[in-house]
Every structure is written in C-alpha cells, then in structure tokens.
Design a protein around this ligand. Structure first.
Ligand code: FE2
Length: 262
C-alpha cells in the first residue's frame, strides 16, 4: 500500500517534470534536478530503512524527498537561476506547485501536512525547535539526503567528471587558492557557513564540508564516510594552510565521534 502510494506520487512527479525538458534552451538544469530528486529519494529510503523510524515517517520521508525540489522547475523557467536570493524561495515554490498539481491527492491529510512541512523546511539554515515529532524526523531525513547528494554533485562538478554548468555551484568565482575568512571563522566555531558569504570556489567547498556538523542520522554519517566525500573535498582544497588543516582535522574527528556512537 505505502509502496504504491510512493510510486503513484513518483509518477506524478515525472509527469510534472518531463515537459520542462522540452523547454527551449537549457535542459541541463532540469535534468540535473530530476536526477538529483531520484538520488535524494533513494538516499532518504536508505536512511529511513536503516534508522528504525515508523512506517509513517518512512513513507513521508520518501514523499518529501520526491517533492522537495519541485519548485526548482518553475524557478528556473521564470528566473533562469537556482539562486533563491535573486529569485524566490524554491522550497515555498515546491509546496505551492505540489499543491497546485495535486501531487499528494491520494495522501491522507495528516500525512500530507508532515510531507509539506518537511518540503518547506528542507532549505532553512536551522530547523525550528518546536516541530511536531514526525515533521522533525522527516525534515531531518530529507535534509541529510539532500546534503549527501549535493556532496556528490559538487565533487563531480569540481572534478569535471560531469559537464560544468554555472548553476551547479551557484556562480562561485574560480580561483585555485582564494577563500573568505568569514567562512572559515564560522566553521571553526562550529557554525554552518552562510551562502551569502560565498565568493570563491574554496568557500563553497568549505561550506559543503561543514555540513558534516548538520547531519542528523548516524546512517547519514556512515554514508558520508563510506563515499569518502570529505577526503575528496579536502584533498582538492588549496592552500593546505594551518587553518584549512585544522578545519579538516576537526571535521574528521567529529565524523569519527558520530560513527563511534552506536
Ligand atoms: Fe532544494
């Protein structure tokens, strides 16, 4: 039953997204988001299955993963950018378009509320503290899954194993060694980096590495570890100066701690 429900919403997502590939000009951006959605859904399923959550949370997590970036399609069509600050909050667009398209028509109202809550919250810097438990659990799974796939996308992008596209890394400036002190100061304090302080490609890599602190589930940390994403990022981060090396040491230590927690 729940598997059918997820498949039916997945079908609705496909029906929604496919026509964007026929938009004139730039189908790369849309293809990127369709593939990202598929992978986030798979990662969310993996985290939910491995973390012993309830069936309701498991289903809601897979549905929220499917719908979290629905707003990226109308956003790119209208504004030709994925930068929310210069266009619109894409999480809000996701909720609006998911509702408008009736994508959750077969989902019971109480579960729909949990799904849409997690979709809306997937891109906030920090989650509110007073969320209902199911919304909190689903939001955490989707946020972890989204980050884990962005690690992969960024590494592929910066290593040029996939075609470069300026929207993937939000138009950062390419420079082999430059980075912004604001980013490293925030991360060394254990804060997450702010998109608004990103100037250089190394700022972006540092911010992504700092997402380690934000992962909620142990299984998410396990996936990060198993894919070796942090080592890959730090190996390409130049200069390897004392601040960067200290940052690397702290993040790797934090990851080891998380993995040691049974
Ligand atoms: Fe998103």
């Amino acid at each position: 039953m729940s598997r059918d429900l997820v498949e039916s919403v997945a079908q609705r997502f496909q029906t929604f997204a496919a026509p964007y590939l026929d938009e004139p000009g730039d189908d790369f951006a849309y293809r990127l988001k369709i593939e990202h959605t598929d992978r986030v859904r798979a990662i969310a399923t993996d985290i939910a299955d491995a973390s012993g959550v309830s069936d309701r949370v498991n289903v809601a997590a897979r549905l929220a993963a499917l719908l979290h970036d629905v707003g990226r399609f109308p956003q790119y069509k209208q504004y030709r950018t994925f930068r929310d600050a210069e266009s619109a909050n894409h999480a809000l667009l996701s909720v609006r378009h998911a509702l408008r398209e009736g994508m959750l028509a077969e989902v019971p109202t109480d579960l729909r509320r949990v799904v849409l809550g997690a979709v809306f919250l997937h891109n906030v810097r920090t989650l509110p503290t007073n969320l209902p438990p199911e919304t909190l659990a689903v939001s955490r799974i989707v946020r972890d899954s989204d980050k884990l796939d962005i690690f992969r996308v960024m590494i592929a992008h910066f290593s040029q194993t996939e075609p470069a596209h300026p929207e993937v890394a939000l138009h950062v400036k390419l420079h082999p060694t430059a980075y912004s002190q604001e980013i490293i100061t925030a991360l060394l304090k254990g804060d997450t980096g702010d998109y608004r302080n990103i100037v250089w490609v190394n700022d972006f890599k540092l911010m992504v590495a700092g997402w380690m602190y934000d992962l909620n589930y142990r299984h998410s940390c396990q996936l990060l570890h198993d894919h070796g994403y942090l080592d890959t990022i730090f190996d390409t981060l130049l200069p390897q100066d004392p601040q960067i090396l200290e940052m690397r040491r702290r993040i790797m230590e934090h990851l080891a701690h998380r993995l040691a927690d049974a």
